[in-house]
Design a protein around this ligand. Structure first.
Ligand code: G3I
Length: 345
């Protein structure tokens, strides 16, 4: 019976994303929603297909730090326990972001010193809680502006009021990496960003920051390229060039939040042509990653179209962005990704 359930969970060797990724020596991960782990199809698909997980929301401030003086790890602990039970790695997301912050933090005016103390304690408590269990952290998330590309975003942590380094550019980010490193010297520490996968002013600014950090011994190990793709025409050559320059700095790149949003009808269905194009994009982007030994993980932002932030956040005519349809049937995108990962690097 135990052997049978093992077979059900892991599938035949060459027929899953997980086995294909193990073949090419890359991690294949996905973001997960804790409350869905009790759904059988969700949990079995997850365990069968992936060897890495990340909490979509459960490790964010509003969940783990709901009151100033107390932390609540109950949801996030379930993610870590699921991963441990299925021999999966855990990426942590995220310690410093301007969204999903608890009201107790944002509702009151605070001094630089008070905010510094709160942030240091948050980072050290969360990283410390998962020391040895979370192998990589998105320490700082989306700190560069979406409009004024190349500039730091104005946030509570940077300059509103900020932790006290507002005239020193990326110095506040640097502090956060040091705190995380002190809490778990073995964890890999990442800077994670949206819209920085191709060469553009934002990725130029991040590149300059990472090069500077590496040069001065700031403990940064990698950069996460989110890869939320919409529009069906990502600039693959530019993404490849960008991946080349980042990995040449001696850091790792993780693809952290991949999805490819499609136009959908009122039933959530995309056209066959778009589903084919989507598969080609998954294939092309996975091939770019495999080209560079420093690209060590590919992660999708969810895995079933049943549960995806696309649609709920990015407009109601977008959807169908992931690898499995809403009935957990593998899509063309799944086959494209699995077949690409199954090749030798
Ligand atoms: O907190 C309430 C919760 O109490 C309530 O039960 C629930 C009911 O709808 O709403 C709650 O919060 C929602 C939260 O997800 C948890 O489900 C928020 O309204 C909703 O805005 C939030 O969305 C998340 C979003 O980040 C917030 O910016 C998405 O799930 C998550 O996929 C998305 O993920 C981000 C990455 O962290 C960073 N990169 C971009 C990516 C996509 O936006």
């Amino acid at each position: 019976m135990a052997a049978l359930s093992f077979l059900i969970l892991t599938g035949a060797p060459s027929h899953t994303l997980r086995s294909a990724a193990e073949h090419s020596g890359i991690l294949i991960g996905t973001a997960i929603r804790t409350q869905r782990l009790s759904e059988l199809a969700y949990a079995t698909t997850l365990a069968r297909e992936f060897n890495m997980v990340e909490a979509e929301d459960a490790m964010k401030w509003e969940v783990v730090h709901p009151r100033k003086d107390s932390f609540d790890f109950s949801q996030a602990d379930r993610v870590v326990a699921f991963a441990a039970g299925h021999n999966m790695k855990v990426r942590g997301h995220t310690l410093v972001w301007h969204r999903q912050l608890p009201a107790w933090l944002t509702n009151e005016k605070r001094s630089h010193d008070e905010l510094t103390e709160i942030l240091e304690r948050h980072i050290k408590t969360v990283v410390g809680h998962y020391r040895g269990q979370v192998f990589a952290w998105d320490v700082v998330n989306e700190a560069f502006d979406e409009v004024a590309l190349g500039r730091l975003r104005s946030t509570i942590w940077y300059d509103q009021p900020g932790i006290g380094f507002a005239r020193q550019g990326t110095a506040y980010i640097e502090r956060c990496f040091h705190w995380a490193h002190e809490a778990d010297p073995e964890a890999l520490l990442f800077y994670n960003e949206a819209g920085a996968q191709a060469i553009n002013p934002k990725s130029d600014a991040i590149y300059a920051m990472v090069r500077d950090f590496k040069h001065r011994g700031v403990p940064i190990d990698g950069v996460g390229f989110e890869l939320h793709i919409s529009g069906l025409h990502p600039d693959i050559a530019s993404i490849s060039q960008n991946m080349a320059r980042f990995t040449a700095l001696g850091i790792q790149v993780h693809i952290t939040e991949m999805d490819v949003a499609l136009q959908v009808d009122s039933n959530g269905n995309a056209t066959p042509q778009d589903l084919q194009r989507q598969a080609a994009i998954y294939r092309e982007l996975a091939s770019v990653c495999l080209r560079y030994p420093g690209c060590t993980a590919i992660q999708t932002w969810g895995f079933t179209d049943k549960y995806s932030w696309i649609g709920s956040h990015s407009g109601n005519r977008q959807g169908a962005a992931l690898l499995f349809d809403s009935q957990y049937r593998p899509k063309l995108s799944y086959e494209a990704l699995r077949d690409t990962l199954g090749r030798e690097r």
